[in-house]
Design a binder for this molecule. Structure first.
Ligand code: 13P
Length: 254
């Protein structure tokens, strides 16, 4: 039985003061909701303050990126060891990192390895561009992004995947529930071929891309989809709470 996860990726939004205010607003209600792993991923600079606020809470804290070396002369970077003091999870390979910061399948793989070594649980993002989608290359792209020779050990260590079609991110043009379910089903079959059925059935795979309180039901209701990685809507307390609540009640009914 896979426990659903709703993770809020705040991206480069909120000052520390704003992050603290948003967490104070959401925490009391979020803490009441069970059957869902609730994760928030504020910017690096707010992690320490938010960690303090989340003492005794069931809300988990994640970062949005990391560097794969433990320490050294890498000006401006943040290491897995630094993050392990502050949070439990880390988003890796987000399409915005691949698009604007030249991250590749190889760097994402190094980051996953480094995160797990430090005891952080990665949320690895994969997904195709609009061009690749229209050219019928979605499965080829996903296969390449999920080709790590260490995949088996990653899944066994609790890596979560997030399928985020790039054309659906921040565009208001979400994939349909069926579309997302179909592609996530492909990912699960790929993992079955790679690592066997038992592992494939245990891996949590989220959908991400223009998820809101108005459309979450469409995704969470699908058998292959284990939750969502939410961008814009995770910055609004009421939206995020509603997404988490709906997920909790849907999965309970399954
Ligand atoms: P939006 O929900 O804003 O489309 O962003 C999705 C995303 O990139 C989450 O990581």
């Amino acid at each position: 039985m896979r426990i659903p996860m709703i993770a809020g990726n705040w991206k480069m939004n909120t000052t520390s003061a704003e992050a603290v205010a948003l967490v104070k607003e959401m925490r009391p209600e979020l803490d009441q909701i069970d059957n869902v792993d609730k994760v928030i991923c504020p910017p690096f600079v707010s992690l320490a303050a938010v960690k303090e606020l989340l003492k005794g809470s069931s809300i988990k804290l994640g970062a949005q990126n990391l560097y794969f070396e433990e320490k050294g002369a890498y000006t401006g970077e943040i290491s897995p060891l630094m993050l392990a003091e502050l949070c439990q999870l880390v988003i890796i390979g987000h399409s915005e990192r691949r698009q604007y910061f030249n991250e590749t399948v190889e760097t994402a793989d190094k980051k996953v390895k480094a995160a797990l070594k430090a005891g952080l649980k990665p949320i690895l993002c994969v997904g195709e561009t609009l061009k690749e989608n229209e050219a019928g290359k979605t499965e080829e792209v996903l296969t390449r992004q999920l080709s790590s020779p260490s995949a088996r050990s990653y899944y066994l260590s609790g890596l979560t995947l997030a399928y985020e079609p790039i054309w659906a991110i921040g565009t208001g043009r979400a994939a349909s529930g069926e579309q997302a379910n179909q592609t996530i089903g492909f990912i699960r079959r790929h993992i079955t071929r790679q690592c066997g059925r038992e592992i494939a059935q245990s891996v949590r795979i989220l959908y991400g891309g223009s998820v809101t309180a108005a459309n979450i039901a469409e995704f969470i209701n699908q058998p292959e989809i284990d939750g969502a990685l939410v961008g814009g809507a995770s910055l609004k307390a009421n939206e995020f709470l509603s997404i988490v609540k709906q997920t909790s009640s849907f999965k309970r009914g399954k």
